[in-house]
Design a protein around this ligand. Structure first.
Ligand SMILES: NC(=O)C1=CN([C@@H]2O[C@H](COP(=O)(O)OP(=O)(O)OC[C@H]3O[C@@H](n4cnc5c(N)ncnc54)[C@H](OP(=O)(O)O)[C@@H]3O)[C@@H](O)[C@H]2O)C=CC1
Ligand SMILES: Nc1nc(=O)c2c([nH]1)NC[C@@H]1CN(c3ccc(C(=O)N[C@@H](CCC(=O)O)C(=O)O)cc3)C=[N+]21
Length: 296
């Protein structure tokens, strides 16, 4: 079998188009513009690439982008003061603090200091609790992007066996919550899971978020499974820097029914969902109808 490729790059472009339409309507009908603030502490090169790309796409969708680049030595108090300022700023509707943060800063404290209604990453404990209890919440961008691709590709997910590899707060756990809300039978596997291949092979839907380059090979898969590869791993191949996923693409594609590529899969969807969340946050803050099909 040769898998269908789920084109995240193309899907993300369509989502950004819908975000842009909604933003244009807000401008024409109400004379307002949603704004997204992105905060980067330190100078990790990969993070700088993402932040630049987020800023560019925010503007392309017609929204305001506010970028804050703080030095690696920034104190926790300084970062908390900036967040307090952004919480109070009426032109800012979404706040994202790029992770990871330098060691002197308590990331949990910082995330929980963001106004939950502006928490477009969905990492605030109140959004996590609301997602887990089925209340309206801001949903983390990466799992939301994965869900939108799965819905588009599979239609109803009800009753399917979903296996999530990885249990992080930013990907694995919220992904599992979303799949549970879609009435999948959900298994969360991690580094202590026994017989991982056997567990993975039961999946109709496999989401790989382990951060291990090409760990998942074709023999982890049931024939025809839908595979979402969240991994973004930089490796050196033939003297060149390459980006690979957590799945070994060729061997997986020969067993799976459908698979997302890396690059061009989950990554672009993550950024598109960040922009969608910013518009959603704006609309909720102003009691306006939310954009359709861009929320969980
Ligand atoms: N495309 C995108 O937009 C994004 C991509 N990513 C990428 O997704 C991947 C995962 O990210 P993140 O969740 O932050 O990573 P973390 O390192 O926080 O979590 C990794 C998870 O994988 C599990 N794990 C590690 N090794 C194995 C193994 N050998 N077998 C089974 N499980 C294992 C860990 O288990 P345990 O808990 O037991 O340690 C942990 O739960 C990374 O490649 C990251 O770069 C992340 C965010 C966004
Ligand atoms: N608070 C916070 N929120 C995040 O959502 C967040 C974060 N911190 N820290 C880092 C991770 C990682 N992440 C990615 C976003 C886009 C691509 C992406 O667009 N990738 C392109 C390739 C980009 C390239 O070539 O490097 C692709 O897969 O096609 C990847 C990874 C968001 N993260």
């Amino acid at each position: 079998m040769t898998a269908q490729i789920i084109d995240g790059k193309n899907f993300a472009a369509r989502i950004r188009g819908r975000v842009a339409d909604h933003v244009a309507r807000l401008r024409d009908e109400r004379g307002v513009t949603p704004g997204l603030a992105v905060v980067l502490v330190g100078d990790d090169p990969a993070s700088q690439v993402y932040v630049r790309s987020k800023g560019k796409m925010t503007k392309e969708c017609g929204m305001e982008s506010f970028e804050y680049r703080l030095p690696e030595t920034t104190s926790e108090a300084e970062l908390l003061a900036l967040i307090a300022k952004l919480n109070a700023d009426g032109a800012v509707h979404g706040i994202l603090v790029q992770l990871p943060l330098p060691a002197q800063i308590d990331a949990e404290l910082v995330i929980n200091s963001i106004d939950p209604s502006k928490d477009v990453d969905g990492f605030h404990v109140s959004n996590v609790g609301r997602l887990a209890t089925g209340q309206r919440s801001m949903v983390p961008c990466t799992p939301l992007g994965c869900l939108l691709m799965l819905r588009e590709h599979c239609g109803s997910l009800s009753g399917l066996n979903a296996v999530v590899l990885g249990r992080s707060n930013i990907v694995g756990k919220p992904m599992a919550q979303l799949l549970l809300s879609e009435s999948c039978t959900v298994t969360i596997a991690h580094s202590r899971t026994r017989d991982l291949q056997d567990v993975a092979r039961r999946a109709d839907i496999l989401v790989a978020a382990v951060g291990r380059p090409e760990m998942v090979t074709g023999d982890y898969l049931k024939a025809g499974a839908t595979v979402i590869d969240v991994g973004i791993n930089r490796v050196e191949r033939d003297g060149k820097n390459r980006l690979v996923g957590d799945c070994h693409f060729e061997s997986c594609a020969s067993v799976a029914g459908a698979i997302t590529p890396v690059p061009g899969g989950v990554g672009p969807m993550t950024i598109a969902c960040l922009l969608a969340n910013t518009v959603t946050a704006y609309c909720r803050a102003h009691d306006l109808p939310e954009p359709e099909g861009l929320t969980a």
